[in-house]
Design a protein around this ligand. Sequence first.
Ligand SMILES: Nc1ncnc2c1ncn2[C@@H]1O[C@H](COP(=O)(O)OP(=O)(O)OP(=O)(O)O)[C@@H](O)[C@H]1O
Length: 313
Amino acid sequence: VEPISLGLALAGVLTGYISYPRLYCLFAECCGQKRSLSREALQKDLDNKLFGQHLAKKVILNAVSGFLSNPKPKKPLTLSLHGWTGTGKNFASKIIAENIYEGGLNSDYVHLFVATLHFPHASNITLYKDQLQMWIRGNVSACARSIFIFDEMDKMHAGLIDAIKPFLDYYDVVDEVSYQKAIFIFLSNAGAERITDVALDFWKSGKQREEIKLRDMEHALAVSVFNNKNSGFWHSSLIDRNLIDYFVPFLPLEYKHLKMCIRVEMQSRGYEVDEDIISKVAEEMTFFPKEERVFSDKGCKTVFTKLDYYLDD
Ligand SMILES: Nc1ncnc2c1ncn2[C@@H]1O[C@H](COP(=O)(O)OP(=O)(O)OP(=O)(O)O)[C@@H](O)[C@H]1O
């Protein structure tokens, strides 16, 4: 314990106003801290940073703030984020993590797994399974409010998904540990085609993208993910057993959203916003379907490297 926190803690105890743990957490990151999540702050962050995703914003805001304000959840929160590449699934997970823990993705209580990076060899599945279960158990025993993010869920071996399953269920305790306050976020491209079809139908019929409702997506998404033989979910019973609380659709991004991404990036690098450069970078991206050129096929993912080229001039 550093002398300053200790001194302040003693002062707190002497005055009888503040308990030591609470005081300590003002200076260092603590499990379940960041002075309790503010729904307004999360909303502001999503509104200001996540572009073109009105459905994802709404679901994430309600799901996360509702879950965190429930003192006795019956099961951990499980969100499954789906959509085309570069549409903001990792980015949204980062926003969630940052709104719960000061350190965001770098927090000791936030754990990111990437299927192809952390579990690359099918022959090692038994070992990965044991390690993953031990890791989750160890971390949730140390901090009930742990966050686990699994990227590339569609490339994850079915056996590994089954290994996570017991932690997601409605059990009070599993091996003396309660998982009910933990948050599991699964990211995948599974169902992206279906999401795109719906978005394209709206676009073709001249409707606003914002008119797309969750019910236009949710059922179709669950069914298409479930029926996709390449998707890890298909093998497992996560969906079958209703262990996923929310399917969160990420819509494919349009030209105007790419411009928003580029604008933010220019500002964050300290450059003056130059609309000419922004348009040039956005126009360099490729769009689909070929004829209509409505959606960016890499979302906002590669716009930043393209921007480097123009900023060097
Ligand atoms: N909807 C969005 N609003 C604002 N920025 C975005 C959005 N989508 C993507 N970006 C930007 O592009 C970067 C890459 O996006 P991100 O990694 O979140 O995509 P993804 O959906 O997780 O893709 P993948 O399926 O390939 O993993 C983000 O870090 C962010 O800067």
